[in-house]
Write a protein that binds this ligand. Sequence first.
Ligand SMILES: [Zn+2]
Length: 217
Amino acid sequence: MTEQMTIGDRDVLLIVDVQNDFCSGGSLAVPRGDEIVPLVNRLASRFQHVVLTQDWHPFGHHSFASTYPGKKPYDTIELAYGTQVLWPDHCVQGTRGAEFRRDLEVPHAELVLRKGCHREIDSYSAFVENDRKTATGLAGYLRERGFDRVFLAGLAFDFCVRYSAEDAHVAGFGVVVAEEACRGIDVAGSVADTRRALAALRIPCASVSAMECVHQT
Ligand SMILES: [Zn+2]
């Protein structure tokens, strides 16, 4: 997409999970995840309003393979709310792995939304947890702030970015994904599935350079 987009004060950038454990050297490193940080910084500088999400699990979380004897990362398990992929331990509350990347430079971020805090429920989406019932409160926050369009960047494209984008759409927001500023894990074709799912909802994947800002000086 080469068309320019104008970003205004009713737009918000949601930066998803740019945390140490999802970058190289982390316990659930997304391939080439680190590459997005300079792009995310550049993108964020074009937005007046930015929200960060932070995966924030208690020790022994039900999405961790280590919680179940005999299970390995990327096995699946049936939980009360359906099938759950099991992950290596990651983003445990208060650990270095859960911290934001040191080179993420978004001092003007207005909210840090922590998710995955319930031990028994995972949360890919920044809006609704994986039981598809428990709300994080983010939609209400964004509505009260008067935002009507949500732009997304971050990790991982095919999990937390995808589900956050879909739920933002369901919540009635306009949605744009800056795919260039995302990277995927790609479990069993999940990157291609994500592109199809976003296209079916008519959610555009725009380049960072296409996002022009009216607030830019
Ligand atoms: Zn997680």
